[in-house]
Design a protein around this ligand. Sequence first.
Ligand SMILES: [Zn+2]
Length: 412
Amino acid sequence: MPARLLCRGCGKVYDLEKDLVLSCISKGDNKDINHILEKIIDPVVSKSLLLASKELNPFIKYKDFFFSHALAQKLNVNFSEIVKKIDPGFSKTPLIRDENLFIKNETGNVGGSHKARHLMGTSIYLEVLGQKKTQLAIYSCGNAAIGASFVAKAAKKSLSVFVPPGLDEGVYQILRENNAQITTCPRVAGESGDPCYNRFQEKLESGALAFSCSGPDNWSNIEGGETLYFEILTELLQNNLELDAIVIQVGGGALASSGVQAFQEFYKARLISKMPRIYAVQTEGAHPLVRAVEKIKNRTELETVNQNMTKYMWPWETEPKSVAHGILDDMTYDWYKIVEGIFTTHGDAITVSEDELKAANKLAKEKYAIPVDHTGSSGLAGLLKLWESGEIAKDEKVAVLFTGVERHKPMA
Ligand SMILES: [Zn+2]
């Protein structure tokens, strides 16, 4: 069957078509329905050719998994040429092995984090469509805005970024160098949810395109994010290995959602023989996903959560605080795919304390000499806890993601 997009909330299907589709047309009609578009694709991939491929650009190497690629074929445009034309400099990132632990190091990726991968998925989709609108918008607490600014600049698009007050001067500097229009969004008394997200929504209403790492606004960021996992899985396959588990930090949820989607597609294409168990990590300061997972009793209930969203997912009530400030989203916007992954693989969602976050970051820097920030090493904090409880055994193959580079000295 040709690739298509399926709304998990209302069931509407979007076929490969010339019209731009970033979100479900019914989004916003009912707060109880989770209008999240999911790519449905049947990738046909030769394992031997994939393992033999020397291609380093992940968007070209894994093109068979892209809705945008299927669309390019239908529209008769050259996908690889498009990727090369708007590429800000992507290449495969390192995977470090420490016995049974595999660490994907994204701190040297475009913009210093994994975020640019997500937005490259969107940039490619827009370019395949020959989209004429050039005004893009993103909300972010730093890394996503930076990643987006590199990708938007390479594609010659204008970018509005909505960020919280008090970011490090270095972040503003990079954004300015990439010609992003910056709006600082303080909390407003009586307003629910993240003010950056609310101002971003207002910008979309005025005609800008969602260039965000939030699936309900922009499904296409998810297929960009999948490349991170495709790289891990391919490198393991080259060594005849498969993962037993993966521990992923969760803020808005796009990173972990991309992971579940990527594992499912590799499994569907018979490239791996099993799904790894999915573990999600949030802070004690804000854990809307952990709260949702605790409310879902079993897999049967999972079938109706997208039609009863407010029972499971709502904005965190108090202003969240943590040294891992990159995963303090009020809402886990991309929550469904993660809970599906957790329930179908017998994983879990856990919280980590500030002390655990700090200890993991110290270990990451001292043992592996990687300049990762606290958000970036928070998956490792979760793994240390899961190892200690015996939930993940030491002889199991497990992966974590060091997602973002440290940009300044953190406060104690
Ligand atoms: Zn829908």
